[in-house]
Design a protein around this ligand. Structure first.
Ligand code: FAD
Length: 373
């Protein structure tokens, strides 16, 4: 008899949420996280309505609502003019909250369900699918360990060494760009997001809770956006607003790419979150899709006590389809913020105006709030 129903490799946002949802349903799920301390990186901030549904399923929706900022809407601008303005529905809000806070709430929730539900400092080195169970080989820094599970979910992030060890191929999907970003204090942060789709390249500005704001810029060759001064200069040159980036603070830079694993399930092992699909952060969908696919996985999980591997074909095809569609949307968002010659920028502005037209507004709002994914 295996030690656990489900072992989850990786205590990031997706692994923790899946652990909460499974525990909530009486499944004996344990998370192995190689880190001892929380991930300090500043990454996701956007929670779309399907993501909030997933947080509700994990039992932390209300706690997130209390801490998060609800966006009233967003404006798309270019060359000083508003091209489109979208208002979000109050009953299906888009929220912003730092990923570290969401992870902290999920961690607290999971550990309240069972103090041993997360094994910190426990790196999973290998998985051996023996047909009726999976052996999980771990190392906690003091020595090697081993446990068994009826099913293993690999949610170890975008660079997932286990994914390649399992023979799942990582296929490139269209969409790439280089960006720089910083979160700063801003007493006037308000509750609307602004996307500046400028000929010189995208600038994004998102209000955060507690009087903070995130700025993101698309980098062009030659842009000096790695320093506080250079970042503020670039934003000011493009949109005429100078963010007050504290001297000495360094913006972080990232290259957005997109990938999809060719399989999400092999035998008694499944991939989830960034290990299964990498989405460009532009559009803010990666974590949200990871969460919705995690909840659908919990819904689809059959009784795990039979001899053969569980049939997750329907979940797998649905999860891959949702990820592909979200990647297509992210690719479109990236194209809307690409640097363009002035003449082509005029064509892009016409497209954005059309999407913001009264007759299209509902559909555009659905698009940016991940409706249907
Ligand atoms: C700049 C930026 C902004 C973003 N903004 C948004 C946004 O607004 N909205 C959105 O939805 N998404 C956003 N994303 C994407 C989001 O951050 C990811 O989709 C999300 O973190 C994926 O969660 P995960 O749990 O799959 O992976 P991770 O968060 O990477 O967690 C993986 C975990 O696995 C652990 N691990 C790795 N290997 C092992 C091992 N062998 N054994 C045990 N543990 C292991 C790691 O330590 C880590 O804690 C953004 C990303 C970036 C870079």
């Amino acid at each position: 008899m295996p030690d656990h129903d489900v072992v989850i490799v990786g205590g990031g946002s997706v692994g923790l949420l899946l652990g909460c949802v499974l525990r909530q349903r009486g499944v004996d799920a344990v998370v192995h996280e190689r880190r001892v301390d929380p991930d300090p990186r500043s990454r996701a901030i956007g929670i779309h309505p399907p993501g909030l549904d997933a947080l509700d399923a994990a039992g932390v929706g209300d706690a997130v609502r209390r801490e998060a900022l609800a966006l009233e809407g967003g404006d798309v601008m270019s060359r000083g003019r508003t091209l489109a303005a979208i208002d979000f529905q109050g009953d299906r809000p888009v929220l912003t909250l730092a990923q570290q806070r969401m992870d902290a709430l999920l961690r607290t929730r999971l550990q309240a369900q069972d103090t041993d539900a997360v094994q910190w400092g426990s790196a999973v080195g290998a998985l051996v699918d023996e047909g009726s169970r999976v052996r999980v080989l771990t190392d906690d820094g003091r020595g090697a360990g081993e446990s068994t599970a009826r099913f293993v979910v690999v949610a170890d992030g975008v660079h997932s060494p286990l994914r390649s060890a399992l023979g799942m191929r990582w296929r490139r999907r269209p969409g790439q760009g280089d960006y720089s970003m910083i979160d700063i204090d801003d007493a006037d942060a308000g509750d609307r997001a602004t996307l500046f789709c400028e000929p010189a390249g995208l600038v994004e500005s998102f209000p955060l809770p507690n009087g903070r704001r995130r700025w993101v810029v698309r980098r062009r060759v030659g842009d000096e956006v790695e320093t506080a001064e250079g970042f503020a200069d670039t934003v000011e040159r493009r949109v005429g607003i100078r963010p007050e980036v504290p001297c000495g603070e360094r913006p972080s830079t990232f290259r957005a790419t997109q990938h999809l694993a060719d399989h999400f399930v092999r035998g008694r092992i499944g991939l989830m979150g960034d290990a299964a699909h990498e989405l460009s952060p532009i559009g803010g969908q990666g974590m949200n899709i990871g969460w919705t696919n995690a909840v659908r996985f919990a819904d689809a999980l059959p009784a795990l006590d039979g001899e053969g591997a569980p049939d997750l074909t329907t979940w797998e095809s649905g999860a891959r389809r949702a990820a592909r569609r979200a990647q297509d949307r992210s690719r479109f968002y990236m194209a809307m913020g690409m640097p363009l010659p002035m003449v082509a920028a005029g064509g892009r502005e016409a497209v954005i105006r059309a999407l913001g037209a009264r007759s299209m507004r509902r559909r555009s709002a659905d698009l940016v709030t991940m409706n249907g994914l």
